[in-house]
Ligand binder design. Structure first.
Ligand code: NAP
Length: 298
């Protein structure tokens, strides 16, 4: 089912975390299908190498990069402004970038670092790009999630606490937030032609995701991933399927895994919680009056 070969000429896709791992493979797959692809992450050297390799391997010259650090709200705003200024359309936004085992500290924005990289940065980016995504409709948002979300919790009074959560706990909380955000996006975007779905890549081999773990833990986890993980090329096919399959043009609010609709977190149906999440996230990232397109379109 994932082996679709839908062409994407004329489409513009942003892949955050496109410099390595499954984001890189996904960007390459989309480029091979003819899309114009923008890869976005922090490390310029990695981005240039990824861009050049994708162009060389696919023969598609329309691959570019832009810098974004999801741990900095200023960087996200700069990135979004550049995209809105220079890109006439965005057809696909794949929010894939993320990290595990980051330091247990606050960012310069006063948010929990893991929560900001894996959730708040993505929330802000998506919020700021939504007017352009709507103007480009039909368009698609795909938010990366993970199975850890099933053990996550959302507690607005403590979600940015330091010294409270273990590595897996804070990861789970951030992935749950990303999944519930997707459910609320779906509800807010109905009738706009913009779809929002979440995606769980299961366990993926040969990526850089374990780089922040202590060596022993990294080696043990690596053994486990090598035993049961999917090749990143397979995951890229699954993301490309979500990004391009014509049958999914009107499918929104779903959670996907292995190219199939998968059981979503039970809280995704709790619209009171997801509305609260939306408002709390707007407040956490400090959406300004000028940025607040919701208030401006009332
Ligand atoms: N691998 C798995 O088994 C697995 C399982 C479930 C979910 N996931 C999720 O899948 C996503 C991709 O993971 P991967 O395995 O492909 O890992 P990866 O190879 O480490 O790729 C992560 C990407 O995210 C970027 N990134 C990290 N921190 C960033 C930041 N602060 N701002 C902007 N970009 C940032 C990295 O770029 P820089 O190097 O420039 O920072 C890189 O391009 C992550 O969200 C991860 O949580 C992975």
């Amino acid at each position: 089912m994932c082996d679709s070969i839908v062409r994407m000429e004329g489409k513009v896709a942003i892949v955050t975390g496109g410099s390595s791992g499954m984001g890189y493979e996904t960007a390459k797959t989309l480029a091979r299908r003819g899309a114009r692809v923008i890869i976005a992450s922090r490390n310029e050297t990695k981005l240039i190498r990824a861009r050049d390799t994708i162009i060389q391997k696919t023969g598609n010259p329309y691959v570019s990069y832009r810098l974004i650090d999801l741990a900095s709200l200023k960087s996200v705003r700069t990135f979004a402004n550049e995209v809105v200024t220079w890109e006439p359309q965005i057809d696909v936004l794949i929010n894939n970038a993320g990290a595990v085992a980051l330091a247990d500290r606050l960012t310069d924005d006063g948010l929990n670092l893991t929560m900001q990289v894996n959730y708040f940065g993505t929330f802000l980016l998506t919020y700021l790009l939504l007017p352009l995504l709507k103007a480009s409709a039909p368009s698609r948002i795909i938010n990366g999630s993970a199975a850890s979300m099933y053990v996550g919790h959302i507690d607005f009074d403590h979600w940015n606490d330091i010294g409270r959560f273990g590595t897996i706990e804070v990861l789970a909380n951030s992935k749950l937030a990303a999944t519930l955000f997707t459910a609320e996006l779906d509800r807010r975007l109905r009738g706009t032609g913009v779809t929002a779905n979440s995606f769980d890549p299961f366990v993926v081999k040969d990526t850089d995701i374990l780089n922040n773990l202590p060596e022993l833990m990294r080696n043990i986890t690596q053994l486990f991933i090598n035993m049961i993980g999917q090749p990143k090329e397979e995951v890229a096919k699954q993301l490309a399927f979500l990004a391009s399959n014509p049958d999914l043009e009107n499918v929104s609010g779903m959670h996907y895994k292995f190219c199939r609709k998968w059981i979503n977190h039970w809280l995704a149906g709790d619209s009171k919680l997801t509305v609260d999440l939306w408002e709390a996230s707007k407040s956490a990232v400090g959406i300004t009056t000028e940025e607040d397109w919701e208030a401006n379109t009332l």
